[in-house]
Design a protein around this ligand. Structure first.
Ligand code: BGC
Length: 310
């Protein structure tokens, strides 16, 4: 399955949107663009917690479920793999004990709904656990969530990432259940002062504007980071997916393209699959206004091959 995940892209700021920034409409044409460019996978972040009851049975809004169905269907119809997660569940990270029943109820509903769906649909238990969801707490919560998924769907590929916002530093503390259908996922945004320069949601990020990326020392740092993650995966016999990596639009395009190409080729060399953050908004590889790829980023991700060789 990890080989099928291959090269992916996030449809970020669509079903996960917080309502405070640019949003991606999930139009059919964007799925066409992704498939035609030669991507294998779409990662579809979903903010279920904003569309479900706050008291038992924590029912997911049927209209929202249909929007997710449509996104999954659009990806599968084009022969893509699709990763659906639980995104931006900040209430769970703030109060894990209180929110656990709701988190499990969300997964019970999601797993039941898609139990008969193509094996090209994968689940990712939770985006970027943080805050009170410490490594130890997260290990217990993820085992519970996986058990809920398995009760409805024993064969589905499930992705699970470490606490600490899926950073690779937290990998050693991740307790991966014995399951056989798991892929480990990490997010890679280092150096953060480069990838998040000018990002409005990061305090002080304005001070990092102008930071460029390239050269032997910068490359060596990325190489060392990813080698560490790869070694962790090898020791445990677990495939790795870089579920998010990308550089914000305020960085200069030449540096963004260099960093993106370097991380991507290094990941592939180490046998990792990946998904770029993100398709069409503030990290966008695709320019919604021009309805065209930003060529330096498209090339960094997919190389010279122009159209699908699926
Ligand atoms: C968040 C986005 C953010 C991105 C890069 C994602 O996990 O959902 O809101 O833009 O990480 O920081």
């Amino acid at each position: 399955m990890n080989r099928w995940l291959g090269r992916g892209i996030n449809f970020g700021n669509a079903l996960d949107a917080l309502g405070d920034g640019p949003e991606l409409p999930l139009d059919a044409q964007y799925f066409d663009q992704v498939a035609a460019a030669g991507f294998d996978t779409v990662r579809l972040p979903v903010r279920w917690s904003a569309h479900a009851g706050v008291a038992p049975p924590y029912a997911i809004d049927p209209a929202f479920f249909r929007r997710v169905d449509a996104g999954i269907g659009a990806a599968l119809d084009r022969g893509l793999q699709v990763v659906v997660n639980v995104h931006h569940y900040h209430e769970l990270c703030a109060a894990p004990d209180e929110q656990l029943p709701r988190f499990l109820a969300l997964w019970r509903q999601i797993a039941a709904r898609y139990a008969g769906c193509s094996g090209r649909l994968c689940f990712e238990l939770l985006n970027e656990p943080r805050d009170h969801l410490t490594a130890a707490r997260w290990n217990a919560v993820l085992a519970d969530a996986l058990a809920v998924v398995r009760a409805a769907d024993p064969g589905r590929t499930v992705l699970v990432g470490p606490a600490g916002m899926n950073g690779l530093d937290a990998l050693p503390a991740l307790a991966v259940p014995d399951d056989g259908k798991l892929i480990a996922t990490i997010h890679y945004y280092a150096p953060f002062e480069f990838t998040h320069q000018g990002a409005g949601w990061v305090t002080g990020a304005g001070r990092w504007l102008g930071r460029t990326w390239g050269g032997a020392a910068d490359e060596a740092a990325v190489r060392a980071d990813l080698a560490e993650a790869a070694a962790w995966g090898r020791e445990r016999g677990l495939p790795l997916f870089i579920g998010e990596f990308g550089a914000f639009s305020a960085a200069d395009m030449a540096s963004r393209a260099r960093w993106t190409a370097f991380v991507r080729t290094e990941a592939e060399r180490l046998g990792m699959s990946w998904a770029y953050w993100e398709f069409g908004t503030d990290f966008g590889a695709f320019d919604l206004e021009r309805a065209a790829w930003r060529e330096p980023l498209r090339r960094a991700l997919l190389g010279e091959r122009a159209a699908a060789a699926r």
